[in-house]
Design a protein around this ligand. Sequence first.
Ligand SMILES: [Zn+2]
Length: 489
Amino acid sequence: MKGFGVLGLLLPVLLGWASSHPVRGRKSFNKLLLISFDGFRWNYDQDVDTPNMDRLAQEGVKAKYLTPPFVTMTSPSHFTTISGRWIEDHGVIHNMMFNTETGWKYSFKTTQNKTEWWDNGVLPLWITAQRQGRKTASFHYPGGGAKYKGEAVQRSLVESYSHPDSNETEWRENIDIVMDWFTKEDFDFVTLYYGEPDNVGHKYGPETENRKVIIQQIDRTIGYLVEAIERHSLTERLNVIVTSDHGMTTVKKKPNVTEILLTNYVKFRDLVKFHIVDYGGFGMLLPKPGQTEALYQALKNAHPHLYVYKKEDFPERFHFAKHERVLPILLYADSGYNINAQLIIYFNKGDHGFDNVHMDMKTIFRAFGPDFKKNHLAEPFDSIHIYPLMCKLLGVTPEPHNGSLAVTQEMLVDSYDQQQGAEMQRAALQKTALGLGIVTGILAVLFVTIVTYTAIHRKKISTLWPTQRPSPSCFPSTAPGKAGPAYVS
Ligand SMILES: [Zn+2]
């Protein structure tokens, strides 16, 4: 019968659709907001009144501190958080993009729209989550404006050149926008970035009144965030992670110390083809052809607070030097010592980029929301482990990464897995019921159609040949010698 032939074709399609299609209107996983306050040292809240951050510690999770990857810089560290990969794997090795052939260097803000700096084969969580059906957005987060394997983050706002770092009104407006994304547009995962307290830390130094003032502004903003979450009825549906990319230390200057000035030890014109120096306590040099050894020997014992390595000998613990973008000679300095090339032109009073073992480079991790424990003090951990935690919270299968969920899992409420298991079972049952419902409906329609068609057909025949009603012998028969004409096929 034709009808059942069509059904045979439709059935697998319908069942496949039902099992692969998410049930609209319900989600098994809560939403997630990742907020980064650039350059928030781990102990910035300890010498200033921060009632909202204190409240968060009671109502959620606080890690004693967080260790960022080396090099402790904004773009490399943020991309480790969003990808769960060491810097030598994801390839965003500096805040500055550079070209050793042309000598061009692009600033942090210029790189934000340059896909070629960010897209090195490692997928950030936005893209992975999107591919698994989640809606994701980036609000000023480093790397959010690039495309990855041709795919852009679904919603992305990139900081303009003139963007003010510390406008408190704008900070609140940004929170309101993000809340609307979650509630009105049903986004699942949003990353929100603020350029403070990094800016103030650089300009005035971390041990200043200015830094305390900006920390209080951040604390008020966190209070506003909690209030906005309640106002938007997101308290039971939104998990929030508040973190940062590195700490900050006071820059050491003469006459207190002997500053590091490389030109005191090497002639740049003779030995150096290209360099990334004058950018805090870390630098890289590309020697002129055949000059690697000479350059290395000239610098290796040049200054008691300067560490000089050939790329292949750079300490493994940094997980930094293996990427092809890393130049042949690497330099880093003791905490607070800037590395200067030919002039001391660096006026920052505070800086980062130093060895991530120094406490001044450590940063913060706070989290709250329905899936996090309350009043939980977590041991210090590496920021690389945030990625698998975020994947777990979003129900996203992670890409290969260097983190471990075992490190962060204890922050989640004990019933988390049971809850998720029950939610998923419920979702699976709903899908099955939906699929069966559709199939039953189609069967019913087909049944009615066939019955009606047969009835009409019979009626037509009886109208045409009222005395020649079709007899059973008119139907096709497989009995030998009894084959007759068939008018229903
Ligand atoms: Zn930063």
